[in-house]
Design a protein around this ligand. Sequence first.
Ligand code: 3MF
Ligand code: MG
Length: 346
Amino acid sequence: MSSSSYRFSFGPWNISEGSDPFGVDVRPVFPHESKFALYRPLGFEGVQFHDDDVVPGMDDLSPSQIAANAEEVRGMLHNQGLTPEFVAPRLWFAQETTDGAYTSNCASDRAYAWDRTKKCIDIARAINSKAIVLWLAREGSYIRESKDARLAYQRILDTINAMLDYDKEIEIWIEPKPNEPTDQAYVPTIGHAVALSFASKDHSRVKGLIESAHALLAGLDPSDEMAFALAHDKLASVHLNDQNGLKYDQDKNFGGANLRAAFNQVRVLEEAGFGSRGEFVGLDVKAIRTQRGCPVTDHLRNSRELFLHLVDKARSFDKTLLQKLRDERDYEALELYTLKHLMGVR
Ligand code: 3MF
Ligand code: MG
């Protein structure tokens, strides 16, 4: 695969107005629909959605209104030559999700979550997307005794099975994250997601989406998490970005905190032929608050460019030397070679 044949995606939330928990927007709102026109010129062809990115206010709309709105978005994507990569149910904003969604202690709140999930699948089908991403934002606890964790895992699995029944073609991609907004999440790593997949009634349709920052927040190396998923043929997509240590979820530019770790993610993806079956390279990067302009898209363009430079680095990595140094168990020399290769010095 030539490096230019990688296909890239991002979600409309990646072009943001800059508010954070401590301050309001610093840039004017850039209309959602106008974002679609930015994708192709930036080198992206896949769009990632939350259900209410497709149909805003969906909780208050009838099924036919939801279908009509989704149809309109399908047309806009078609006009711009874009592919909807996935739709994710936003199960963390509504009052009903205060104590979690599928794992809430309240039966009527769990019913809301299931209803919203079915609508999300309907929306995905209406815009021609074949996948649902489950970022299980509030499925976890702050107070460990507040929930029966074993029952919570069962409820998540029951929901996955119900989704597989509800639509016989749709795939479910689990995006693990260890914390934030919860203190401890029930599906913190790709290992947990892969276990849920194999426990489900059709594991061929249950896969994972790995975000670099989420792996780092779990104290793990993103490239090893990706390798684990790839070894089980379970890596459906990635959210490449970066994270400077164990703090709030930063969604920094890919490679911005740890270039070597970014290189290793690209190397592992390259070696496994990721992308050759149409998988997208997703970039879940946040525009920094200080950046001027509207819309701001430099973070997306730059992260994509860095990925492609690292593809070149992965390809020009001397495989014969690598094998020799592995055989000789000279990992000191291997490390120096790797760092010099990244710096472009001999
Ligand atoms: C949270 C995330 C989310 C998910 C998105 C799709 C805002 O840390 O990374 O991005 O990727 O909700 O599941
Ligand atoms: Mg993400």
